[in-house]
Design a protein. Structure first.
Length: 467
């Protein structure tokens, strides 16, 4: 008997389906989706069953409250199920708009573009896609076409997405391996202007794409770098692309992270993640008028770049609601203040714990880096972990934060001893206190040789098995 039949309605019943089959979630993923995901979750003890969520918290099947310090890798900027965004989606569904006819001009995309561009007055036009990687793909295509040049520069350790074009400017070999050939590309060190100028002198560079604060490792562009790079690029008739997919919409304490540096005006800006409100995927590429006019140069080229679900009514309504909440609830200022508080309190712990090497970041994008301890007792244990797999200690901290303190975090990249905190921008001082107290307890345990190291031995065995 099907779920619909068992409900007695003869219609699709989502609640009944979840009640009947929800407990099979890990088995269904193992059988039909990426089989390594449930395996990984079970290995590190993350195979939880979460039932509901609201704001910066979610609850497991036993009713336990968890603090979210990951925000779906930045998607949940306003937390989960913000009532204003939720109402906007109900409203747009109830309006029964004539959406995606492909041959008309609906008002919502224009209204959202107008609102977005108000935060970047030097930019003029917007293309709406469905994700961050699509926003990057659009920027790469537009830059190459507008300049007539094939090569795009990116920074070492960058992450811009995993589709083929964005993968071409991905600074992590683990993602790139086995997918060549990719687009013409060259990596330059973040902050190295001499390396940038050497590549520009070759005359074939369309653009440099850069995260103002790199998500992998949470490394900020050095002061003055973005403006100097922009000047070099323009001198050589190349473009600056700012990837603000994770750093944009208030994450770093300004609406865009590039705005931390005076005089920086990227030619193209990529946004996504938090613009969705956590509901409907949306990506946007903002750019200068001349670039868009060159790409869309005639009626024959009106569809030369498009997306089937781009600018759909639900995504546009979500985006408009998100920007309204950001203004009305002063989200950017809140993120700056709460981020400063959290970072200051964590940075103070570097004097207490020799395993804690650095705390850095901007706003509510914070990296906690661990390093080789001074004392012989801890150094020997650290060395064993590093020999098995770099990054295991950071994972050792992440796991007890979840299992013992019900706080969700994760490492900032593979083989990195860095935890990245990117919580919803709505967290408050109580949430900060909860995280700092839990983190302190885990670090106390690590320095006392407690259960953290027991879990480390489990990870070492797993790392050896996977080799």
């Amino acid at each position: 008997m099907t779920t619909a039949e068992s409900s007695g309605t003869g219609e699709f019943d989502l609640g009944a389906l979840l009640a009947e089959r929800g407990a099979e979630r890990y088995e269904l993923h193992t059988r039909y989706l990426n089989p390594q995901l449930p395996r990984m979750l079970r290995t590190i003890g993350f195979d939880k069953v979460y039932e509901r969520a609201e704001g910066a918290h979610f609850w497991d099947a036993d009713g336990n409250d968890h603090l979210d310090m990951l925000a779906g890798f930045g998607v949940m900027g306003l937390g989960r199920h913000h009532p204003v965004v939720r109402k906007a989606l109900h409203d747009v569904l109830d309006a029964s708009l004539a959406d995606l006819t492909r041959f008309d001009c609906q008002p919502l995309p224009g209204l959202l573009a107008e609102k977005l561009l108000a935060y970047s007055p030097h930019l003029d036009r917007v293309f709406f896609g469905n994700s961050g990687t699509e926003a990057v793909e659009t920027a790469l295509k537009f830059a190459r076409y507008a300049t007539g040049r094939p090569r795009v520069l990116y920074c070492e350790h960058a992450f811009h997405g995993l589709t083929t074009g964005s993968l071409s400017v991905n600074g992590e070999s683990g993602f790139r391996d086995g997918f060549a050939p990719l687009l013409p590309d060259t990596a330059v060190p973040l902050g190295d202007l001499d390396a940038l100028e050497r590549e520009l002198r070759r005359g074939d560079v369309a653009a440099l794409i850069v995260e103002p604060v790199q998500g992998k490792g949470v490394h900020e562009a050095p002061p003055g770098y973005l403006r100097a790079a922009q000047e070099l690029l323009h001198r050589h008739k190349a473009l600056l692309i700012a990837d603000e997919v994770q750093t944009g919409l208030g994450r770093t304490g300004d609406f865009y992270a590039y705005q931390h540096e005076e005089g920086v005006e990227p030619d193209l800006v990529c946004v996504a993640k938090a613009l969705s409100g956590g509901y409907v995927p949306v990506g946007a590429t903002l750019g200068k008028d001349w670039i868009f006019r060159k790409v869309y140069s005639s009626m024959d080229r009106v569809l030369v770049h498009s997306a089937s679900f781009g600018a759909n009514a639900q995504a546009m309504a979500a985006g408009l609601a998100v920007l309204s909440v950001m203004e009305n609830e002063r989200i950017v200022a809140r993120a700056r203040g709460t981020g400063d508080l959290l970072r200051t309190r964590l940075a103070a712990l570097t004097e207490k714990y020799e395993l804690l090497a650095d705390v850095r970041g901007r706003g509510l994008m914070i990296g906690i880096e661990f390093g080789r301890p001074r004392s012989l007792r801890l150094r020997s244990r650290w060395t064993v972990l590093q020999a098995a797999r770099k990054g295991l200690f950071a994972q050792m901290v992440v796991v007890p934060l979840l299992q013992r303190h019900r706080i969700l975090t994760q490492v900032s990249g593979d083989h990195l001893e860095v935890i990245k905190l990117i919580p919803p921008l709505i967290i408050d001082e109580e949430d900060v206190n909860r995280f700092v107290e839990a983190f302190t307890a885990v670090m106390d345990d690590a320095h006392d040789g407690g259960l953290v190291w027991e879990f480390g031995r489990t990870l070492v065995r797993q790392a050896v098995t996977d080799r």
